[in-house]
Write a protein that binds this ligand. Structure first.
Ligand code: 0WD
Length: 254
């Protein structure tokens, strides 16, 4: 059976076919969801368009989340294309590469602001403008990482941004819950994507996970996709304000 038939979901953060957002989109589409994809700029547009065209009935729209007018436009476009919106998948993060190595103590004011703007505030900005389209209730989902909870080498300012993101999930869940809109995060294990290229020592991190995680393997984007599908569906209707780990259990190991 199809769990997402009749659901309209916007997926933000596909950069290429390795993106977590793309795996999520495939899982959602398999269950009958109708998808809108957003892309940051012309640099990624054609790639996102090619991917989106492989799924039935999808829409593609521009949205740089640092620009309020882009998000306002997105709301208008989604209203015109979908009418009612049921889900938002936010799979976006960014920090300058110089802020993802060395000492966190050396983070600049501008680097801190940028990482938090794109990686944390953008969820608030998007939820703020799109939740009014969720007139039948809805599910908002973002992507986070364990570096929010523990000090992980090189993750630095992104760990701080992810902590802000996870707290934002809880406050948004509290505000939007009365409208039957749920807000959650998936905390994925490390996955080799374009963003992961910015993290030094990524191979070492992967090796340690394969060695120590209860499931003795790394995390696959497809398993994140399937958890996201569950989070978008009626099956997860009792869950909000939560961070769900999809990491082979790595985070429980001391
Ligand atoms: O190990 C990993 N890869 C993990 C990633 C483990 C746990 C969590 N995550 C998170 C990331 O922090 C991010 O929030 O998952 C999310 C998606 O990351 P990804 O799939 O690993 O990375 P990627 O395929 O690069 O997608 C992130 C995209 C950007 O890609 P690039 O590489 O071009 O920065 O976020 C988008 C962009 O497409 N993005 C923006 N979108 C709109 N406006 C903006 C922006 N200003 N900035 C970045």
């Amino acid at each position: 059976g199809e769990l997402l038939t009749g659901k309209n979901i916007v997926v933000m953060g596909v950069a290429n076919d390795r993106s977590i957002a793309w795996a999520i989109a495939k899982s959602l589409s398999e269950q009958g969801a109708r998808l809108a994809f957003t892309y940051e700029n012309e640099r990624v547009e054609s790639r996102v368009r090619k991917l989106a065209e492989t799924l039935p009935d999808s829409v593609i729209l521009p949205c740089d989340v640092t620009v309020d007018a882009d998000i306002d436009n997105l709301a208008v476009e989604l209203q015109e294309n979908f009418g009612v919106l049921h889900g938002i998948v936010h799979s976006i993060a960014y920090a300058k590469s110089e802020d993802l190595e060395g000492r966190f103590a050396d983070t600049s004011r501008a680097g801190f602001a940028l990482a938090n703007d794109i990686s944390a505030y953008s969820l608030v900005a998007v939820a703020q403008r799109l939740h009014t389209l969720m007139t039948e209730g809805g599910s908002v989902l973002t992507m986070t990482y364990m570096g929010s909870q523990r000090v992980l080498r090189n993750y630095n300012v992104m760990g701080v941004a992810k902590a802000a993101l996870e707290a934002s999930v809880r406050y948004l869940a509290s505000d939007l819950g009365p409208d039957n809109i749920r807000v959650n995060a998936i905390s994925a294990g490390p996955i080799r994507t374009l963003s992961a290229k910015g993290i030094s020592d990524f191979n070492t991190i992967l090796r340690i996970v394969e060695e120590k995680a209860p499931l003795r393997r790394g995390t696959d984007t497809a398993e994140v996709g399937d958890t996201a599908m569950f989070m978008m569906s009626h099956l997860s209707r009792g869950i909000t304000g939560e961070v769900i780990y999809v990491d082979g259990g790595y985070h429980i190991i001391g």
